[in-house]
Design a protein around this ligand. Structure first.
Ligand SMILES: [Zn+2]
Length: 261
C-alpha cells in the first residue's frame, strides 16, 4: 500500500465517449485558432491531429495558418501518413510533421490527440541549453512529471519521429530541441492545454534566469509529489531514474511495483 500524501490534485479523467469525426474536425479548428491567438505558432507553423480509429488519424494540412483552418481543410491519413478517405478542400496535403504524430499514436494507445507548436520561449531556452526538466513547480511535477527535451531533428523529416520515440512513451509534453513542442492527450483540448502550460513554465524559467536563478523544490516536498504520482499509477518505467538525474530525487522516487531496473 503506497503511503500517499493528502493531495487533491485530479489527474484528467478519461473521456466518457468518443467524439464524432465532425466534432473532432471542429475541435482541431478551434485549437488551431487558440495556437495562433496565443502566439504559440506563427505563419504556417504547427500541426494538430486526432485519432479517428485504429488505422486513421485526422490532421491539419500543410501550407495554411492554423488560425484560419476550416473543418473541410483537414486531412484523413492512414498509419503510413498517406491521405485516405474524402479529399480535403482544395486538395490540401497532410501536415509535414504527420510522421511524428503517427509515432506518438503508435507508441501510446492512450493518446487520442497530438499538438505540435513553436512556443517561442520554450524554443529559445532549448537553444540556450536551459532545460525545463527541473523540479521547480509543484503542479508541473504532479501533472507532467518532467518536461524533457529531445535531441535535435531536421524539421519535417523522419528524424522527428525518431527523436521523440524514447521520451513520448513516458511523458506527455516534450520540447523539440531548437524547433518546438509536442504535447499529447486524451482530447485535442487536453493536448493543447498541456502546451499552454509548457510555455508558461518556459516563461517562468526565463524569468528565473533573469533574476539570477531559483531554488528547487525541497526534497521532502518532492517526495510527497512523487508519492502522489505513484499512487495514481503515473510513475512509468524509467521516470524514477529521470527524477534522480534531473532533481536529485534518487531515494524517494519509487519505481512502479514490479518494474525492473
Ligand atoms: Zn514545427
Amino acid at each position: 500500500m503506497t503511503d500517499a500524501p493528502l493531495i487533491r490534485y485530479q489527474k484528467p479523467a478519461a473521456a466518457a465517449h468518443r467524439p464524432t469525426e465532425a466534432q473532432l474536425r471542429q475541435e482541431i479548428v478551434e485549437v488551431g485558432r487558440y495556437l495562433w491567438q496565443k502566439g504559440l505558432v506563427a505563419a504556417l507553423d504547427g500541426n494538430v491531429s486526432a485519432r479517428l480509429d485504429r488505422d486513421r488519424v485526422l490532421c491539419s494540412p500543410s501550407g495554411i495558418s492554423k488560425g484560419l483552418m476550416t473543418p473541410n481543410d483537414l486531412v484523413v491519413v492512414n498509419a503510413a501518413g498517406e491521405p485516405v478517405g474524402p479529399p480535403a478542400r482544395g486538395g490540401r496535403r497532410p501536415s509535414s510533421e504527420v510522421l511524428m504524430h503517427l509515432e506518438a499514436y503508435r507508441l501510446r494507445p492512450d493518446v487520442m490527440a497530438v499538438v505540435h507548436a513553436h512556443p517561442p520561449t520554450a524554443v529559445a531556452l532549448s537553444i540556450a541549453g536551459i532545460s525545463l526538466a527541473q523540479c521547480l513547480l509543484p503542479e508541473v511535477v504532479l501533472g507532467f512529471g518532467l518536461i524533457p527535451t529531445t535531441a535535435y531533428a531536421t524539421p519535417a523529416s523522419a528524424e522527428g519521429a525518431a527523436v521523440i520515440r524514447d521520451l513520448v512513451t513516458r511523458y506527455d509534453a516534450l520540447i523539440l530541441q531548437r524547433h518546438g513542442s509536442l504535447t499529447v492527450g486524451a482530447t485535442v483540448l487536453e493536448a493543447y492545454l498541456k502546451l499552454e502550460k509548457l510555455e508558461q513554465v518556459a516563461q517562468i524559467t526565463r524569468t528565473l534566469v533573469t533574476v539570477g536563478g531559483g531554488l528547487p523544490l525541497p526534497p521532502e516536498e518532492l517526495t510527497k509529489l512523487l508519492a502522489w504520482r505513484e499512487s495514481q499509477g503515473l510513475m512509468k518505467p524509467g521516470m524514477a531514474d529521470d527524477f534522480c538525474r534531473a532533481c536529485g530525487a534518487c531515494r524517494t522516487a519509487g519505481e512502479p511495483r514490479g518494474a525492473k531496473r
